[in-house]
Design a protein around this ligand. Structure first.
Ligand code: NAG
Ligand code: NAG
Ligand code: NAG
Ligand code: NAG
Ligand code: NAG
Ligand code: ZN
Ligand code: ZN
Length: 593
């Protein structure tokens, strides 16, 4: 009752269980599902030479003389294309759609020494190279250890025009559900439902090849939190994925802003707390043409506070990312998976990057970029990986328990005699899980947001940097001679305008964000005439433009409490019920009268 299908070129052979009375149409539907194609992305043939096509029709398999155990051949249909126009229901990221259309070849000039042909000729010394050419990548300066993800796809598909296709497999470490031959784990398991053992290998490709902060100010303002408090800090990187031209078919994560979510940190710990604004931030970013491209955290320790040096603590003898950080990175990557047509469930890997701000060998702050491998993502997703308590550089593959079956996890290394030896991943050096990504700043600063004044960054109340209508008034008073578009072109300000509790922008927000996204001063001017902006300006003029701390809103204290009044009072501006004795509303910080 089962039939084999192979794609003949890659070794993607699959068994498709079916019955004699099944129609060809129903059978092809099953095949599509099994291989992750849409129904017209491929054809199935009786013969390897593409004869005897099985058409989608109302004829049974027995009528078509297809028997149990027959080998059939599947080919992507339509014009030969590199990655096959299959699974067109998956909406890939724009950058992936763009790169899939590029030819990616590495063109070379005629070599004056080696080429012995005319100007138009080509020979082995000068024909274009494939984007995955390892020799080429190794000879770049600095050498590139990982090919780009799109180069990897080209490699799997045999170059740009060979018409092969690749199916990318999402690793699973879980028992396949629905196995009926035996009682569920821990009473039973069989070869059909047992996940296979995993041998960790260094991933050959990477989903992101470069991380670029638009300018130093962005990173510097983030570091300021640590400089001023000594507490570590975490932020989400918002930006875009663009082409990274230094590497064939490469992808760059460009960072335009860092959003700092609510968190609870000390000098040596960092804990995220629930963020009620998380969804709003993503939505605003999307309307500005940005997305969350990764996260950044500090691991900084002052070496000499007088000259501002920091300790060099992460290196090849200690670790680059701790196992715990790898697990967090894996968690984030799983939550930001990469839409991909070549994967059965429409996702493969992730473009979400991790940046650590830490001391370098020169005792200055360095930004180091990483991702964890897709194998690590799977281990994290299926809860198979633990950090080692006493060694940050070591992870530990869980053992099976009655609650959870965990496949064996191995890694290969050389023993002291130089032989390849397989080790059980208990423990496991995290270098088997991480991929490094160069992190850069452009020579000429770039910017998405053109504001030159600084509106306070969110969730920094502990520093006395508070977002409220005082700080907005102050900010506006600093920008009197600036074009309105420049004034509103600040990520943190826009977040405040949309998410503040007193006067959150609602309907007209789209127009404002459009103006900023397209840098359209006319649009910004139109929005400026809106009723909402008039109200905001009015609120600002009521509270005045003094720095908030001079009104008693320092890091610690609220306003001074006059002894007289003893009743709760409702704010005229936002109706919040305030504690007795206060003169400014706790919610909107506007004065009581
Ligand atoms: C295709 O392969 C089948 C089976 O191997 C063979 O019978 C047939 O003659 C081949 N047709 C062509 C056109 O090569
Ligand atoms: C397929 O064939 C069966 C019997 O031959 C018939 O009952 C059925 O209506 C047909 N279905 C279609 C979609 O033609
Ligand atoms: C922050 O951390 C401290 C100490 O670990 C804890 O007492 C406090 O409850 C935490 N606050 C939040 C909001 O999680
Ligand atoms: C991978 O497959 C698992 C099921 O085994 C699924 O839950 C998960 O969403 C998939 N992940 C990705 C990134 O495709
Ligand atoms: C850096 O980029 C940010 C975000 O686009 C922008 O607000 C800031 O003005 C830029 N700074 C410089 C020096 O270009
Ligand atoms: Zn030549
Ligand atoms: Zn089973």
């Amino acid at each position: 009752k089962s039939r084999n299908i192979t794609d003949s070129e890659t070794d993607g052979m699959k068994k498709i269980p079916s019955t004699k009375r099944e129609t060809a149409a129903a059978f092809l539907k099953k095949v599509a599902k099994e291989f992750g194609f849409n129904s017209n992305g491929f054809s199935v043939y009786l013969n390897r030479n593409k004869t005897g096509e099985i058409l989608s029709q109302n004829k049974t398999l027995s009528l078509l003389k297809i028997k149990h155990g027959d080998m059939l051949y599947l080919f992507p249909s339509g014009a030969p294309s590199s990655s096959g126009e299959v699974m067109d229901t998956v909406q890939e990221d724009e950058i992936d759609q763009y790169l899939a259309k590029q030819d990616g070849k590495i063109y070379r000039n005629k070599d004056p020494q080696l080429c012995r042909h005319g100007a138009l000729g080509k020979c082995v010394h000068c024909v274009p190279l494939e984007p995955f050419d390892e020799d080429y990548l190794n000879h770049l300066d600095p050498p590139v250890k990982h090919m780009s993800f799109h180069a990897y796809i080209r490699k799997l598909t045999g170059g740009a025009d060979k018409g092969k296709f690749a199916a990318l497999e999402n690793i699973s470490c879980k028992i396949k559900s629905g196995c009926e031959g035996h009682p569920p784990w821990p009473e039973g398991i069989c070869t059909k439902c047992q996940p296979s053992a995993i041998t960790l290998n260094r991933q050959k490709y990477r989903h992101v090849d470069n991380i670029m902060f638009e300018n130093h100010t962005i990173a510097d303002r983030f570091l300021d939190f640590w400089r001023k408090t000594g507490s570590q800090r975490m932020g989400y990187l918002y930006g875009k994925f663009t082409e990274h031209k230094d590497i064939p078919l490469g992808i760059r994560a460009e960072v335009a802003a860092i959003y700092e979510p609510p968190q609870n940190a000390t000098q040596n710990s960092l804990e995220l707390v629930d963020d009620p604004k998380a969804a709003a931030v993503d939505e605003i970013a999307a309307k500005l043409g940005l997305c969350k491209v990764g996260w950044i955290f500090t691991d900084l320790l002052s070496e000499d506070t007088r000259i501002g040096t920091v300790r060099y603590s992460r290196n090849k003898d200690s670790y680059y990312l701790s196992a715990e950080e790898c697990i967090t990175a894996g968690y984030f990557q799983n939550h930001h998976s990469n839409p991909c047509r070549l994967s059965r469930d429409g996702h493969f890997g992730s473009k979400f990057v991790t940046v650590v701000a830490t001391g370098g060998p020169d005792n200055q702050v360095h930004f180091e970029g990483y991702q964890v491998s897709n194998q690590c993502m799977a281990l994290v997703r299926d809860e198979c990986l633990l950090p080692c308590k006493d060694a940050p550089e070591l992870g530990f593959a869980k053992e099976s328990s009655p609650e959870q079956y965990v496949p064996d996890v191995f890694y290969k290394d050389k023993d002291k005699f130089g032989n390849d030896v397989t080790f059980l991943a208990r423990p496991l050096p995290v270098e088997y899980l991480i991929i490094d990504i160069t992190t850069t700043f452009p020579k000429d600063p770039q910017y998405t947001f053109c504001s030159t004044q600084r509106f306070p960054i969110e969730n920094r109340d502990i520093l006395g940097e508070i977002q409220n209508f005082h700080s907005l008034a102050t900010y506006l008073s600093q920008c009197t001679s600036t074009a309105f578009l420049d004034i509103v072109s600040d990520f943190h300000l826009l977040l405040f305008l949309v998410t503040n509790e007193v006067m959150p922008l609602r309907d007209s927000i789209g127009l404002l964000l459009d103006a900023v996204r397209t840098s359209n001063e006319d649009l910004a001017q139109t929005w400026k005439k809106s009723e909402q902006w008039a109200t905001i300006e009015q609120l600002c003029s009521t509270v005045g433009g003094q720095p908030s701390s001079s009104l008693g809103y320092g890091a610690m204290g609220g306003p001074s409490v006059p002894a007289s009044s003893s009743a709760m009072w409702s704010c005229l501006h936002c109706t919040f019920m305030n504690q007795p004795g206060t003169e400014h509303c706790e919610m909107c910080s506007l004065p009581r009268s």
